[in-house]
Design a protein around this ligand. Structure first.
Ligand code: NAP
Length: 459
């Protein structure tokens, strides 16, 4: 099956790229494994130079890259531009800090000298999703490359143009030939590539089923993995929250990327005393949403990425309504070609409904009523996911304590939407995955922390 790009605004096919065969992918892995040690040997300064060139190549292409994302997966242009800028930032961040993050460490023992150094693992295979087609790759690749690894990318088959753009950017930055390659590999061939002796580790960003399948295969091959999977983040509105801010920030979080972000606030958990006023504020916010072509600058909500994803979301909404949820706005599939779905608000959401139990990967917010602050935290934690969560409160000290100790997730934000930032670790717990990207922790995922112990010649 080739990789096919379809414009989600119209349903029209844009382009197709034939798939890479498994034999070609194995050759690419062998080449990367050959080149990676030379890349490591060049030193941090040379690698930082290439990563800085990569950042410059990204910045020089902001408009065409943002346009490509708009066309292939519906991201509004303004969000696409910020995504490109953030990719450049993460390249520069690791260019500047990698050497410090991977500095040799010493430990006092009976040896003359002992401690540990960080050395690259080799070649890392990255399986990536379509929703942030550039960011997901660069946030993994910038640290992996600075640590001296080679990189193979198997991108989502719905964004072939973005995948090809990534290869052009890597080439333009002057990375050694074969060090970083984009493969148009079938997902059914990923397992066999994981088994290849020239692949040393795997990272996957995507859905829970894809994560299970890849982690299982890599586990059998005893290869290191990082899994960045789905989420059902709660926006917890406590009794002393600033209602206007909490509503605006929760809606912003829910609708980023047309509602298709792993760390979007998917469940708004609101204490009973604020519930009705909060719902009114959310409805006001949703009334401002401009649904339209992702190529129009006024658009704040584009189409979803693919029609079958929209249909799945609508099915989750319908089942939730059947189980007692109320549609306050939206909830109908527009009668036009493409993968459109309106900004939707569900209230009276509770256990047993898809809107409570599952990830809703589109512009649908679910409000859940909590008895009090304690109950709100209980509900927020009543999920198998554990990617992020936000707490809205006027009491910062208490908010910080609750974020640190009571909300179970990889990232907890107080009075602000959950976001990724190169300076902070990013990753989940539970079925949201394991391992961390970004920050000093991210660059230590795909390295060998190697102990070095030196004694006297005569013992
Ligand atoms: P997906 O269907 O799981 O696809 C992700 C990638 O995995 C694609 O490259 C896909 O290839 C590949 N894939 C799918 N099944 C596979 C299998 N059995 N073996 C090997 N590869 C497989 O997910 P998506 O729809 O693109 O992305 C949405 C999901 O990603 C959501 O759940 C979202 O929350 C999650 N996500 C998580 C994060 C995070 O950082 N935690 C960030 C973004 C998104 P094909 O396209 O060829 O099928």
């Amino acid at each position: 099956m080739p990789y096919v790009a379809v414009d989600p605004s119209t349903g029209r096919e844009l382009s197709r790229i034939p798939s890479t065969t498994l034999a070609e992918a194995r050759l690419a892995a062998a080449r990367a494994a050959r080149v990676a040690p030379e890349w490591w040997a060049t030193g941090f300064e040379e690698r930082a130079g290439r990563l800085t060139a990569l950042a410059a190549a990204l910045r020089a292409q902001v408009e065409p890259l943002a346009r490509r994302m708009a066309l292939e997966m519906g991201k509004p242009l303004a969000e696409g531009r910020s995504e490109v800028e953030k990719c450049a930032w993460v390249c520069e961040y690791y260019a500047e800090h990698a050497e410090r993050f991977l500095a040799p460490q010493s430990a006092e023992t009976e040896a003359v000298r002992s401690g540990w150094v960080y050395r690259p693992l080799g070649v890392v295979l990255a399986v990536m999703p379509w929703n942030f087609p550039l960011w997901q790759f660069f946030r993994f690749a910038a640290p992996a490359l600075m640590a001296g690894n080679g990189v193979l990318l198997k991108h989502a088959s719905s964004v072939p143009g973005c995948a090809a753009d990534i290869q052009s950017l890597l080439d333009e930055a002057g990375l050694p030939d074969g060090l970083a390659s984009v493969l148009f590999l079938e997902s059914s061939d990923v397992g066999d590539l994981i088994d290849d002796r020239h692949v040393h580790a795997v990272t996957l960003t995507g859905s829970v089923p894809a994560g299970r399948s890849v982690a299982e295969r890599a586990g059998r091959a005893l290869k290191k993995t990082v899994m960045e999977l789905g989420g059902s983040d709660a926006s917890v509105v406590l009794s002393d929250a600033d209602l206007d801010f909490a509503a605006a920030e929760s809606v912003r979080s829910r609708l980023i990327n047309n509602g298709q972000s792993c760390i979007a606030a998917k469940r708004f958990v609101v204490v009973d005393e604020l519930h009705d006023a909060f719902v009114e504020r959310v409805l006001d916010e949703l009334a401002q949403v401009v649904m339209g072509s992702p190529l129009d600058d006024e658009t704040t909500l584009g189409p979803m990425a693919r029609e079958e994803l929209r249909d799945e979301l609508h099915d989750q909404v319908r089942k939730s309504v059947k189980a007692g949820a109320k549609v306050r706005v939206g909830g109908e599939v527009p009668d036009r070609p493409g993968a459109w779905y309106p900004a939707t608000l569900l209230t009276e959401v509770g256990p047993g409904m898809p809107a409570y139990e599952e990830e809703l990967f589109g512009p649908v917010a679910a409000v859940i009523r909590a008895r009090d602050d304690d109950d709100a935290l209980r509900i927020a934690n009543d999920t198998d996911f554990g990617l992020g969560g936000a707490i809205y409160t006027a009491d910062l000290a208490r908010g910080e304590r609750l974020a640190a100790d009571r909300l179970h997730a990889g990232a907890c934000f107080v009075n602000g939407l959950v976001r990724s930032d190169p300076r902070l670790p990013f990753g989940g717990i539970g079925i949201s995955g394991y391992g961390r990207e970004l920050s000093p922790l991210g660059i230590r995922e795909f390295v060998n922390a190697k102990t070095v112990w030196v004694g006297e010649p005569g013992g």
